[in-house]
Write a protein that binds this ligand. Structure first.
Ligand code: NAD
Length: 505
C-alpha cells in the first residue's frame, strides 16, 4: 500500500513537472480531481469553472470573434502553424501527459499528438482553399456564387479517450475558418487540456493574435450544459457517448444552434473465407485490444465466415495470450489500464450478461492486479456468441470482442448494420466483388477493406451515421460545418430582370 501511495505521488510530481515544461501554471486547487488510471491516484486537484466564469469565457470568445473573423484566412493559418511548431517541440511531454491522464501506451499517445500536428498542417493548407462555387445565372449580366463566412463561437465538448486529438481536429479547422473556440474537455482529462490551451495561447502571443480566440472551461456535464444552452455559441461540436448526444442535440436544436455530433460506435469486422488470415489477425487484435478497447472505433464485433471461424478464433486467442497488459509508461506494454472503476464494472457486467445469453468466454476479461487497488488493468476478452443479442448491440467501452458467424455475405452485412450506431466497419477479403458489395452495403461513416476499424487518417472526413450522430470532423470538406454559406447574386447590367422570368409591374 505504501508503495502504491509513493508511486501515485511520483506520477503526480511527474505531471506537475510536465505541466511546468509545457509552460502551464499549476492550477489553483479545487474539487475537480485529475486522476491517473495508471495507479488510480490523484495527479492534481483543480478548480471547476462556476457559471459566471463560463459566461465570461463565452463572452470573451464572442468579442474576439468580431476581429478574428476579419483576419484573412491565410493569415489566421499563421496561428495554427505556430501551434504545430509548439506541438512538434513538445510532442514527447504532451504524449507523456496523455499517458498519465488517459492511460494510453507511449506509441499511441505519441500518435495522438502526431494527429494534432497532422490536422494543423491540413488546416494550414485549407486556409487557402475555403472555396465557394460559382454557377451560371439564368439572368443576363448577373453573377451567381456561393461564399463561405466564419460562423462564430464554436463550443467543443470532448471525451476522455482522445483528450487532445479531437480538440485539435475541431480547433485547428475552426480557427482557420475564422471562428473562436470555447473548449470543455472531459472532466477526466483536465491536465492535457490545460497543456493544449497553454500552447495555443503561447502561439497566439508569438503571432500577435488575440489569445482570447481560445477559451478553456473546466468541469463536468454541468459546465458542458452551460455551453450547450448559450445562444452565443453558434456550433456545439460534441464528442462522447450516445447518451450525452441525446441530451445535447435537442437542446441546441431548440435554440436553432448548430450541432456536430461524434458519438459512440459499435464497430464490426467481417472476415470472409478468402481473407488473408495473418493480416486479419493483426488488424483485429490492434483494433479490438489497442487502447484497451477504449476507442470510439474499437472493434467490438467480429463476424467470421463459418468455414474459418474456429481457426480464426484459435489464432486470435493465441495472439491475445501474448498481449502484455500493464503500466503504459513501460516499454513493451501493449494494453494499458481502463480509465476507472466504472469502466471495469461495465465490462464485468457485460461479460456476465454475455454468458447468461449463451456466450462462451474464450479468453480474457479478468483483472490483472498490478499497480494498486484503484487501478483497473484487464486482459482483453474474446467471447463467442450464438447470436447478435441485445447486449452485443450495446457499446461497452472496454476490450470485449464478440465473435459471430455467418454463411452468406448479405447476412454478414445485415449483422454489421444491425445496431443503432454507425461509426466504423471493415471487411477482410481478397475477393473484389465481396469488398465492393460490403462498401456499398455498410451503413457506417467509415468502411474499410483489409484493415481494422480503428486508426483513421486525418485527410478523410471522420464520423458516423445513425446514433453516432451524423457529424463529420477532420479532413475532406468537414470544414463546411464550421462556416456559414451565403449565396450571392451580383447584377452588373443596367436592367433588373427577375428570376423565373417574372414580370412585375
Ligand atoms: P461522455 O459522454 O461521458 O462525456 C463526453 C463529454 O461530454 C465530457 O466532456 C462530458 O463532461 C460531456 N457531457 C456529458 N453529458 C453532458 C451534457 N448533458 N451536456 C454537456 N456536456 C456533457 O463520454 P466519455 O466516457 O468521456 O467518452 C467515451 C464515449 O465517447 C464513447 O461512447 C465513445 O464511443 C465516444 N467517443 C466518440 C468519438 C467519435 O468521434 N465518434 C470519439 C471519442 C469518443
Amino acid at each position: 500500500m505504501t508503495q502504491t501511495v509513493n508511486f501515485s505521488e511520483q506520477l503526480s510530481l511527474r505531471a506537475r513537472a510536465l505541466l511546468h515544461s509545457l509552460g502551464a501554471e499549476v492550477p489553483e486547487p479545487g474539487p475537480l480531481l485529475a486522476r491517473t488510471p495508471i495507479s488510480g491516484g490523484v495527479l492534481l486537484p483543480l478548480a471547476v469553472d462556476a457559471p459566471a466564469e463560463v459566461d465570461a469565457a463565452i463572452g470573451r470568445a464572442a468579442t474576439a470573434f468580431e476581429s478574428w473573423r476579419a483576419v484573412p484566412a491565410p493569415v489566421r493559418a499563421g496561428l495554427v502553424r505556430r501551434l504545430a511548431q509548439l506541438l512538434v517541440a513538445h510532442q514527447d511531454e504532451l504524449a507523456e501527459l496523455v499517458t498519465l491522464e488517459a492511460g494510453k501506451i507511449g506509441a499511441e499517445a505519441l500518435g495522438e499528438v502526431q494527429e494534432m500536428i497532422d490536422v494543423c498542417e491540413f488546416a494550414i493548407g485549407l486556409s487557402r482553399q475555403l472555396y465557394g462555387a460559382t454557377m451560371p445565372s439564368e439572368r443576363p449580366g448577373h453573377r451567381l456564387m456561393e461564399t463561405w463566412h466564419p460562423l462564430g463561437v464554436v463550443g467543443v465538448i470532448s471525451a476522455f479517450n482522445f483528450p487532445v486529438a479531437v480538440w485539435a481536429w475541431n480547433t485547428a479547422i475552426a480557427l482557420v475558418c475564422g471562428d473562436t473556440v470555447v473548449w470543455k474537455p472531459s472532466e477526466t482529462t483536465p491536465l492535457t487540456a490545460l497543456a493544449c490551451h497553454t500552447l495555443l495561447r503561447r502561439a497566439a502571443v508569438d503571432m500577435g493574435a488575440d489569445p482570447a480566440v481560445h477559451q478553456l472551461i473546466q468541469g463536468d456535464a454541468t459546465v458542458g450544459s452551460a455551453l450547450v444552452d448559450d445562444g452565443r455559441v453558434a456550433l456545439v461540436s460534441a464528442t462522447g457517448s450516445v447518451r450525452m448526444g441525446a441530451t445535447v442535440a435537442p437542446r441546441v436544436a431548440a435554440r436553432f444552434g448548430r450541432c456536430l455530433l461524434e458519438l459512440g460506435g459499435n464497430n464490426a469486422a467481417i472476415v470472409a473465407p478468402s481473407a488473408d488470415l495473418d493480416l486479419a489477425v493483426r488488424g483485429i487484435v490492434f483494433a479490438a485490444a489497442g487502447t484497451a478497447g477504449q476507442r470510439c472505433t474499437s472493434l467490438r464485433r467480429l463476424i467470421a465466415h463459418r468455414s474459418i471461424a474456429d481457426q480464426l478464433v484459435e489464432r486470435l486467442a493465441a495472439a491475445y495470450g501474448q498481449l502484455s497488459v500493464g503500466n503504459p509508461l513501460d516499454d513493451g506494454v501493449l494494453v494499458g489500464p481502463l480509465i476507472n472503476e466504472r469502466a471495469f464494472a461495465a465490462m464485468q457486467k457485460a461479460l456476465a450478461g454475455s454468458v447468461a445469453e449463451g456466450g462462451d468466454i474464450i479468453c480474457g476479461g479478468e483483472r490483472v492486479e498490478t499497480l494498486g487497488p484503484d487501478a483497473y488493468y484487464v486482459r482483453p476478452a474474446l467471447v463467442r456468441m450464438p447470436a447478435q443479442t441485445e447486449l452485443v448491440r450495446e457499446e461497452t467501452f472496454a476490450p470485449i470482442l464478440y465473435v459471430l458467424t455467418y454463411d452468406e455475405l448479405d447476412e454478414a452485412i445485415a449483422l454489421n448494420n444491425g445496431v443503432t450506431q454507425g461509426l466504423s466497419s471493415s471487411i477482410f477479403t481478397l475477393d473484389q466483388r465481396e469488398a465492393e458489395q460490403f462498401l456499398a452495403g455498410s451503413d457506417c461513416g467509415i468502411a474499410n477493406v483489409n484493415i481494422g476499424t480503428s486508426g483513421a487518417e486525418i485527410g478523410g472526413a471522420f464520423g458516423g451515421e445513425k446514433n453516432t450522430g451524423g457529424g463529420r470532423e477532420s479532413g475532406s470538406d468537414s470544414w463546411k460545418a464550421y462556416m456559414r454559406r451565403a449565396t450571392n447574386t451580383v447584377n452588373y447590367s443596367t436592367e433588373l430582370p427577375l428570376a423565373q422570368g417574372i414580370h412585375f409591374g
